[in-house]
Design a protein around this ligand. Structure first.
Ligand SMILES: Cc1cc2nc3c(=O)[nH]c(=O)nc-3n(C[C@H](O)[C@H](O)[C@H](O)COP(=O)(O)OP(=O)(O)OC[C@H]3O[C@@H](n4cnc5c(N)ncnc54)[C@H](O)[C@@H]3O)c2cc1C
Length: 223
């Protein structure tokens, strides 16, 4: 739908740069569909936001479309990555809390063999565990946000806010509800599908672990 596009382009060859992240320039230019092909990627959820594969061929970008200084583009993008991570994590925590509340309500209401299923510890404990993972993730998120607001480095905290917490809660919510967990009517299957995304985007959990290993624990870079 857009008529403009943000492009990060390498404008200095990598071998001529001190760091590989130098030499890239940011542009906001016209989305010329004669030179840019945009193909919708159909996905598992989050369908309010489209996702596309974009192929750019032979596009001329005028200098007035440049954002900031030449060669500094990647550094400008970096400024937005940590807030994006914090935002995605806190969104995931909200999703996890919703799943957990739905599961707890179901466990209170659903009576099997003469008592609510939520009276059984094998139903209670996974939900209680999901709660404390979620709440610890929330505190890590708030710490990251506080560091960011104070202009301090927050990469590790923004990344670390337990990325699987929402997925854990949503999975447990589906399992708590059994066959009804799989039914669309109860919403937790939707939350389950949505909870996959924070494990992948904006950065995958493997790459987060590599980042923490390298930047926090001072281990050698693995990739
Ligand atoms: C719905 C959605 C929206 C998105 N929106 C945006 C967006 O707005 N902007 C944007 O820039 N990107 C966006 N992305 C892209 C997203 O950031 C990437 O998909 C994600 O970072 C993973 O990169 P990749 O798909 O290239 O995986 P790959 O790099 O191909 O990796 C595939 C798998 O291998 C693992 N892997 C790769 N290398 C290593 C290694 N060295 N060690 C261990 N494991 C490794 C990865 O963790 C992953 O599990 C979006 C993705 C989705 C699904």
């Amino acid at each position: 739908m857009a008529d403009r596009i943000l492009i990060l382009a390498r404008t200095v060859a990598k071998e001529d740069c001190k760091n590989p992240t130098d030499g890239m320039t940011l542009f906001c230019t016209r989305l010329d569909r004669t030179k840019i092909e945009v193909k919708r990627i159909h996905k598992m959820g989050r369908n309010a936001v489209g996702r596309n594969a974009v192929f750019i061929d032979n596009l001329f970008v005028p200098e007035e479309d440049r954002i900031g200084e030449e060669g500094r583009g990647f550094h400008y993008l970096l400024d937005s990555l940590n807030p994006e991570r914090i935002l995605v994590r806190i969104e995931a925590i909200g999703l996890g809390r919703d799943a957990l509340q739905r599961a707890a309500k179901f466990a209170r209401d659903r009576v099997v063999f003469g008592r609510p299923i939520g009276q059984n510890q094998s139903i209670q404990h996974p939900l209680a565990e999901a709660w404390y993972y979620l709440e610890s993730a929330c505190w890590m998120c708030l710490r990251a946000a506080d560091l960011y607001d104070r202009g301090l480095p927050c990469g590790a905290e923004a990344n670390a806010a337990r990325f699987q917490a929402a997925f854990d809660s949503a999975t447990k919510a589906v399992m708590t509800q059994g066959g009804m967990g799989y039914a669309q009517e109860y919403q937790v299957e939707r939350l389950f599908r949505k909870s996959m995304l924070p494990r992948i985007a904006p950065v995958t959990e493997q790459l987060i672990l590599s980042f923490i290993a390298e930047r926090v624990l001072d281990l050698p870079k693995s990739y």
